[in-house]
Design a binder for this molecule. Structure first.
Ligand code: ADP
Ligand code: ZN
Ligand code: ZN
Length: 733
């Protein structure tokens, strides 16, 4: 019998459990190769998929197969290793392979385009560059300031392609900046880049770098467990240099808000300009070019956020995941993968080391280290001259509060500000006040679509829901009784800012939260004010908690520790501890001794006292012990089946059916918990419920999900709800 390779197996985006079969295109075109893009008919429309296999036969009769329209690549766009990683992820997360592959590709390439080649001219910041320049130009020459900010964001050098989406006459602004010698013009990638030399490593750092160097070429996972400011980044840089010296490439992942201009500049200055940056702020063409430069081995180092994990490398040598505990590595919708976990899979596949770094490692990674799967490298001292901060608990019970600040915290702020220190206040709640209360009837302004209150934003004059995005003009009368006697309750960052302006009229205050950083470049210029010392008091939410090196901050205040102590999620205490340690790490970074003040109504809370007395590792040991007792991750494994629908009872019905199905599959040793309503049951007008699957054995859970998930779409109510399966869920919302 003739066995001719005439069937294309194509992974197409959409809810298909596997690749779809197509006949070869009827037109002349490139020969099919696995990993190439192909345009195929899909119902009445067309889409672009990836060829994952070429076969001689199909399970479907030939007359039911349609020919592909056109093969788009003469050679594979995705190499075998990238395909294998995507296939592994599709299996593990029980997500359609077509969607997974689509998620691996930059948008332009996914749509079948090919980026225009790069121009070679590049503008670069001069050697004597002073970061305050952009801020100074802000008023007089906003367009020039915008150009400078963009170039800073890109790490000090940019091509025309990287600037072309700026508003207005950016070419004119470039010429003026070059005339003023605020910018230099030269060839891209190379000659003009300055290179700085590494500091002499301290003994802890040297030992870590030696261990990693010895591990190159092996699939070792290193957990670099180093306190904030201990010089972890220097360890990565030295390890990266060792990889580049061998002619290999490296991939560096950083959290969403960690990819700052300062970090990119530091990497470029040390490792050379040959860096491919992958993040959502890039134009489509730039992203595709960076991706291809990595794939073709032209870029030495790829640095990016979560999805950069999928960037192919021609000569992989090392993967680094910085702040590995960070929640932004987990995609929370669609293809719900965890980039840190997939980085471990990928490193094993390539046979190369993985470095996970953090001052507050996740319990998952600590557990793996304890089991001997990861090798721990500790950095126990702050690098250079910096000393660890001293931490004080401020008991709020019975204290008169001014805008959420205790008298002691205000006194301490005065002291630090007078000594020319900067103060950083952390409050994880934006807006003016989280509650608007009617004095006459006690009603509270609530979102009509969520089980949540509306936050009052005074400057914007709006009521906003932080869960669904609903907003309306600020209420002037009570929605229930019509009274105009409305009262704001509680603290948000906006209110804190205005109170601080009244308390410290001579000091400049900067607020950094989602509201003040919406505008492009706003974050950079606020951070600029913080760095240059122009602003003395910094107010921040989570956004300011990590990554930013602010050498003059000598006081850190955490206004409300209690928020995280009693969360509904079993990870709430772990997150709070990480946050406290990370925020505290902002104090005393250079040669100023730092002080941290934690305000709480629960100064005797065992978690807080353990953390403060014995440190994060001791806290983590306790927490791991607790997780072990109840079989929660990392000492047990979870999957969460979520369902939501506008009709209140639908999600539960669907999950009851799913549970029935699961019971029939006899899922020992998998425990089924629920269905129960989600912690916030109604959100954006939809009711939400969940069914939790728990097992002490990861493999058993995987096998069970492999049988359960293909049957879910066939449940009677499956089409009446929106459902999703989350393997290793990070948030139980
Ligand atoms: P981490 O990543 O652990 O927060 P960094 O690598 O950013 O720490 O180092 C913190 C600060 O200490 C930086 O300003 C860095 O330049 C400096 N530093 C790091 N290692 C050394 C060293 N061996 N000698 C002097 N300064 C160092
Ligand atoms: Zn009222
Ligand atoms: Zn809402």
């Amino acid at each position: 019998m003739e066995t001719e390779a005439s069937i294309l197996q194509v992974a197409v985006p959409g809810p298909f459990p596997g690749p779809l079969d197509y006949l070869l295109p009827t037109n002349d075109g490139p020969a099919p190769t696995v990993g190439a893009r192909v345009r195929v008919p899909l119902g009445p429309r067309q889409d672009i998929g990836i060829i994952t296999g070429i076969a001689s036969a199909s399970q479907h009769p030939a007359h039911r197969l349609r020919p592909a329209k056109a093969i788009l690549d003469t050679s594979p766009l995705l190499d075998a290793e990238s395909l294998a990683l995507a296939q592994w992820a599709a299996r593990y997360y029980h997500h359609p392979i077509g969607d997974v592959l689509a998620g691996c590709l930059p948008t332009g390439l996914r749509r079948g385009q090919w980026p225009a080649p790069k121009t070679t001219n590049a503008w670069h910041l001069p050697d004597n560059w002073d970061a305050a320049t952009a801020a100074r130009l802000e008023r007089r020459a906003p367009r020039q300031a915008a150009v400078l900010r963009r170039i800073m964001t890109l790490g000090g050098t940019a091509t025309a392609a990287e600037l072309q989406d700026l508003d207005g006459d950016w070419r004119g602004a470039l010429r003026q900046l070059v005339d003023k010698e605020l910018l230099g013009l030269g060839m891209a990638a190379g000659e003009n880049a300055r290179k700085t030399t590494a500091p002499e490593l301290n003994p802890d750092q040297s030992a870590a770098v030696d261990a990693i160097r010895d591990g190159l070429g092996t699939a070792t996972v290193f957990l670099v467990d180093g306190i904030t400011g201990s010089g972890k980044t220097e360890v990565y840089l030295a390890a990266l240099q060792a990889v580049l010296d061998r002619g290999l490439q490296a991939l560096v992942l950083v959290p969403e808000i960690g990819l700052t201009p300062q970090l990119l500049q530091r990497f470029r200055e040390r490792l050379g300009p040959n860096l491919a940056v992958m993040h959502s702020g890039l134009s489509e063409g730039e992203r595709a070019r960076a991706w291809l430069a990595a794939r073709d081995g032209e870029a030495a180092v790829v640095i990016g956020t979560r999805s950069a994990l999928f960037t192919p490398l021609a000569r992989p040598g090392l993967i680094v995941v910085d702040e590995e505990h960070d929640l932004s590595y987990k995609q929370q919708d669609g293809f719900r993968y965890h980039a840190r976990d997939l980085a471990a899979v990928r490193a094993r596949q390539h046979g190369i080391p993985l470095i996970l770094g953090s001052a507050t490692p996740s319990l998952e990674s600590l557990h793996n280290a304890r089991q001997g799967r990861y090798r721990t490298l500790q950095l126990n001292r702050r690098a250079g001259v910096a000393q660890p901060p001293t931490v004080h608990l401020l008991d709020l019970r019975g204290q008169p509060l001014d805008a959420g600040l205790s008298p002691e915290l205000i006194r301490q702020m005065r002291r630090h500000l007078e000594a020319d220190g900067q103060a950083l206040l952390f409050l994880n709640r934006r807006g003016f006040a989280p509650v608007l209360l009617c004095r006459d009837c006690g009603a509270v302004a609530e979102c009509a679509r969520c089980d949540a209150r509306l936050t009052y934003h005074r400057a914007a004059g709006r009521m906003r829901c932080h869960h669904c995005g609903y907003e309306r003009p600020a209420d002037t009368r009570c929605g229930d009784c019509g009274s105009t006697s409305l009262h704001t309750v509680g603290q948000g960052t906006e209110r804190l800012e205005s109170s601080l302006n009244a308390l410290f009229p001579d000091q400049t205050t900067s607020r950094i939260d989602r509201d003040t950083t919406r505008r492009r470049g706003a974050m950079e210029s606020l951070l600029e004010d913080a760095h240059s010392g122009r602003s003395r008091i910094l107010i921040g939410t989570q956004m300011l908690a990590k990554g930013h090196d602010l050498p003059d901050v000598s006081l850190v205040g955490i206004l409300d520790c209690d928020q995280g102590l009693f969360g509904a999620d079993f990870r709430a205490t772990e997150r709070m501890a990480q946050l406290i340690v990370q925020v505290a790490g902002r104090a005393g970074r250079a040669n100023r001794p730092g002080e941290v003040f934690l305000q709480t109504h629960h100064p005797e809370n065992p978690l807080l006292t353990r953390l403060l007395r014995d440190g994060y590792r001791a806290f983590a040991e306790d927490a791991l012990g607790e997780r072990e007792q109840v079989g929660l991750p990392p000492c047990g494994h979870l999957a969460l089946l979520r369902a939501e629908a506008p009709a209140a009872d639908r999600p539960r019905q669907f999950l009851e059916q799913a549970r029935q199905l699961a019971e029939n599959l006899n899922p020992s040793p998998v425990a089924l918990l629920g269905p129960v309503p989600a912690p916030m049951e109604r959100r954006a007008g939809r009711y939400r419920a969940q069914l939790l699957l728990q097992s002490p054995d990861r493999l058993a859970l995987q096998r069970f999900l492999g049988r359960l998930s293909p049957a879910l779409p066939g449940l009677p109510t499956a089409r009446k709800v929106r459902w999703s399966l989350d393997v290793d869920p990070q948030e139980m919302l």
